[in-house]
Design a protein around this ligand. Structure first.
Ligand code: IPM
Ligand code: MN
Length: 355
């Protein structure tokens, strides 16, 4: 009997459907080559549906999404929809409701890919950020007082729970151990100012760390890490951080690994439904032009295969991506690849089929 996996596919907005189409091509090639089957169920969610029906993520759809092991997401974001509606209504709602408490962001520079960091190469840029994904300023606790008046007050609370911090930190230690790198975990925080929220983080980081004597502990303030990630990216192996800081430093990570053309992430609930996405967004300007780089979506697919337990297939997709970026395309930037979106997808799928 073939191994079978049911996945939900949300192509979403803008260039999302184009990159997901290529990602699915590559996943199909991997399934063929490694003898498993992917049953994909497509869901129409995003800005178009919202403008048509007023719905973001209906409860019934959310209920269906819970049944899958994994969700493959293209992009959410529409130029005609006010910022926040789709992000909160779809993306963040899925993260929260499905309790995807880890946002995993590998930052790895492949040979042949240009980084803006002078003098740094693939040996220097290879680390992973583990970002907490369900709490912090993202929890949406807050409100207005006297809105619209000169006395207006706006409050947005940074919420952290012992349980939420602990499960994230423990995941990061486990990850650092399993990754087989230098076994170094850096907590990125702001303990000199966030003397409550990050005091909790710091204590949990130390306490949980006692269970991992083989993993070296390190600390960096979030502002300082923005310098170190540029100046000495080779210092990092695994970084664990809170939600808002993780959002910021992972864009920095994305640009040093070659940009939005290649950067992918996983929203993980290790015991439930996880979601994988290219992190570049819907790129409205490139929609429908066959110019967007599908490799970030392909890399998200690779992470999904790994999560599903198809390690060999995931490794084959990574090798195929590495071949593609090292000579197969001219640049990772949209419109400058020297090939169409579909041709890049064909190329990666072809490499996967060859092994
Ligand atoms: C990300 C994105 C989201 C976030 C937005 C779109 C809500 O920037 O996945 O990093 O802030 O988490
Ligand atoms: Mn972000």
């Amino acid at each position: 009997m073939k191994r079978r996996y049911e996945i939900a596919v949300i192509p979403g907005d803008g260039t999302g459907p184009e990159v997901i189409r290529e990602g699915m091509k590559v996943l199909a090639a991997a399934a063929d080559r490694f003898g498993f089957h992917l049953d994909a169920v497509h869901y129409d969610l995003g800005g178009e549906r919202y403008l048509r029906t007023g719905e973001t993520l209906p409860d019934s759809v959310l209920g269906e999404l819970r049944r899958f092991r994994a969700i493959y997401l293209g992009a959410i974001g529409h130029p005609d929809v006010r910022p926040g509606i789709l992000e909160k209504g779809i993306l963040l709602r899925i993260r929260f409701e499905l309790d995807q408490y880890i946002n995993l962001r590998p930052v790895k520079l492949y040979p042949g890919v240009e980084t803006p960091l002078r003098g740094k190469g693939p040996a220097d840029i290879d680390f992973t950020v583990v970002r907490e994904n369900t709490e912090d300023l993202y929890a949406g606790i807050g409100g207005f007082l006297k809105k619209g008046t000169p006395d207006e007050v706006a409050i947005q609370e940074m919420i952290y729970t012992r349980r939420g911090v602990e499960r994230c930190v423990r995941y990061a230690y486990e990850y650092a151990r399993a990754r087989g790198g230098r076994r170094k975990l850096t907590f990125c925080g702001k303990t000199n100012v966030l003397t409550y929220a990050h005091d909790l983080w710091q204590r949990v980081f130390e306490e949980v760390g006692r269970d991992y004597p083989d993993v070296a502990r390190d600390y960096a303030h979030v502002d300082a890490i923005c310098m170190w990630m540029i100046k000495n990216p080779e210092w990092f192996d695994v970084i664990v951080t809170s939600n808002m800081f993780g959002d910021i430093i992972t864009d920095l990570g994305a640009i040093i690994q070659g940009g939005m053309g290649i950067a992918a992430g996983g929203n993980l609930n290790p015991g439930g439904t996880s979601m994988f996405e290219p992190i570049g967004g819907s790129a409205p300007k490139y929609t429908g032009r066959n110019q967007i780089n599908p490799l970030a979506a392909v890399c998200a697919g690779q992470m999904m295969l790994d999560f599903l337990g198809e390690r060999e297939a995931a490794a084959a997709v990574e090798r195929a991506v590495m071949r593609t970026v090292n000579g197969g395309i001219e640049s990772l930037a949209a419109g400058r690849m020297g090939r169409g979106t579909d041709e890049v997808g064909d190329m990666v799928a072809g490499f996967v089929a060859e092994g």
